[in-house]
Design a protein around this ligand. Structure first.
Ligand SMILES: Nc1ncnc2c1ncn2[C@@H]1O[C@H](COP(=O)(O)OP(=O)(O)OP(=O)(O)O)[C@@H](O)[C@H]1O
Ligand SMILES: [Mg+2]
Length: 400
């Protein structure tokens, strides 16, 4: 049962919220108030899981209340509600400790889903937002030289698997900027996306980046691709660099779906990554392209131990044998993901990754095994974080 408190001075809004939550069996409204002072009292008495907080409250305003609650009752997850949809209002609320922002009245329709998503997020301790000791998570870029190799399927499943295995904070970033599929594969719809960060690159920090990432019921977050392909060009290498650096301050793992286009954003992600997963499939065209990509990584001076070869679609009819692939590429596979004729397709159609919908499927088990390998203690498994060699990268791009 998710226990919630509603603080709102509008009777109409309160009625609408109660009506929306009426038939949600696992959500219970344990208290409500129409001003900030009474609200604080209700919160102290009830200690709910989630607080629905109108930002424009009388007596004690929503921002002050959010800051107080974040410090004194960090287990209460706050959903800010407001008629203001401007980015500055959203940022202020998130900086004050809100985990979600709902624009009234339109976005109230998804309220029950938002409550479930926010309730699944990790509870941050009171010291976390103000502490100067920011953690540094691991950035993992998943990419492949050819489209349709299973990069996004691996990314979303690995995100859920890492969450299960490590119980850490996981953020997926959709770097397939023109036609990103992370949103559909996770069944997430939002007006927030990476394009918003691209519009204000110089303001990107961990709070802004986290706030643009949408919460998923599993507890992970996803920073979605722009909603239309035309916006992809807005997202520069600098935007990716800043976004990944900002997100790794808060998350344990940042998974970047790098797609297959070797442009400035992907190169920036490769530079910013602690680990690269290069996805290939067992067929001759893919061997050729993977071999070229390995050549690029060598030219960029990536240490071999910073990247791992992942073979997807293993066991498909007429596939090249794994040992033959490894011999041709001169490197062994870090993980083999079996071919599954129906599972990934059904999962994508339902917007529910296979690791969640069918954890016993052989593909799910292979991804979970990969997550365990990645989440092993640092000294055993985490590749070195040595600074990338930027000079070589620019040389590769033709000299800038
Ligand atoms: N292990 C697998 N076995 C069988 N089919 C798979 C497997 N992994 C992914 N697929 C299927 O292959 C297709 C492409 O997968 P996916 O979208 O993950 O690839 P991608 O590399 O991200 O493609 P794109 O380059 O278009 O972004 C999808 O139909 C997906 O369901
Ligand atoms: Mg993809």
């Amino acid at each position: 049962m998710i226990r919630i408190v509603v603080l709102d001075d509008s009777t109409d809004a309160m009625t609408q919220i109660f009506r929306l939550l009426h038939d949600q069996r696992e959500i219970e409204v344990v208290g409500s108030a129409a001003d900030g002072q009474a609200g604080l009292q209700v919160l102290r008495e009830t200690r709910p899981d989630v607080l629905l907080l109108e930002m424009d409250l009388p007596l004690v305003d929503g921002l002050t209340l959010a800051q107080t609650i974040t410090k004194t009752m960090p287990s209460v997850q706050i959903i800010a509600m407001s008629a203001n949809s401007d980015l500055a209002s959203v940022r202020r609320a998130m900086h004050a400790g809100a985990r979600e922002y709902v624009v009234k009245p339109g976005e109230l329709d998804d309220l029950a889903d938002k409550i479930r998503q926010v309730n699944a997020l990790d509870r941050t301790g009171p010291e976390t937002p103000t502490s100067g000791q920011e953690q540094q998570g691991e950035v993992i870029t998943i990419f492949g030289p050819r489209g349709g190799s299973g990069v996004t399927t691996l990314t979303v499943n690995l995100a859920l698997a890492l969450r299960q295995v490590s119980h850490g904070e996981i953020v997926v970033v959709d770097g397939s900027l023109q036609f990103g599929d992370v949103g559909v594969m996770l069944n997430l719809h939002s007006e927030r996306h990476i394009g918003e960060l691209a519009r204000r690159v110089e303001e990107v920090d961990s709070a802004f980046a986290e706030q643009m990432a949408v919460a998923h019921p599993s507890g992970i977050r996803a920073l979605l691709a722009p909603p239309v392909p035309e916006m992809a060009d807005l997202v520069t290498g600098e935007c990716i660099r800043r976004t990944l650096a900002a997100l790794k301050q808060k998350a344990d793992y940042v998974l970047y779906d790098g797609g297959h286009y070797l442009g400035e954003p992907l190169l920036a992600a490769l530079d910013a990554s602690d680990r690269l997963l290069l996805v290939s499939t067992p067929d001759v065209p893919s061997i050729k392209s993977t071999s070229l990509m390995l050549g690029v990584l060598d030219a960029l001076d990536f240490e071999r131990r910073r990247y791992s070869l992942i073979l997807s679609h293993v066991g498909r009819r007429h596939a090249v044998r794994t040992q033959d692939m490894e011999r041709s590429l001169g490197t062994s596979a870090f993980a083999c993901l079996p071919y599954d004729d129906t599972g990934p397709l059904q999962a994508a159609n339902q917007g529910r990754p296979l690791v969640d919908s069918d954890p016993d499927a052989s593909l799910s088990r292979a991804v979970l095994q990969l997550a365990r390998q990645i989440a092993r203690p640092a000294q055993e498994a985490v590749p070195s974080k040595e600074a990338p060699k930027a000079k070589r990268r620019f040389a590769f791009l033709g000299g800038v």
